[in-house]
Design a protein. Sequence first.
Length: 130
Amino acid sequence: MAMNKKIKNIVGWTLSGIVLLLLTASATDKISGSEHALAMTRSFGISPDTYRSLGIIELISAVLFMIPRTGLPGLLLLSSYLGGAIATHLQHGQSICFPAAIEALVWITAVIRFPELSMRIVNKGNLSPI
């Protein structure tokens, strides 16, 4: 059953807000150099300055994802960023549940918000709407 446009819009923006809150909290932790962030830098073997830069990249990507005109480039940046987070967690024997769940949430949100994306993915290139 297809969602009507109003419901799809509400769900898409609600999920976008959740994504933004999660990623902003994560980025703020990295940028501020909190004790948790410093512990993560030590566990990953990353310098605090590099971790702070990752937080800035994360925040910029999340903001780009929120803006309708830059949402698709933001999606690609977030996918790359979260893929790197998953790889880093795997390399250091840590759980990938959190970054993988965020990645899934980002893609679910993108498919709802960007109809052209869902047309390409779900219909394998056939441009008829879902």
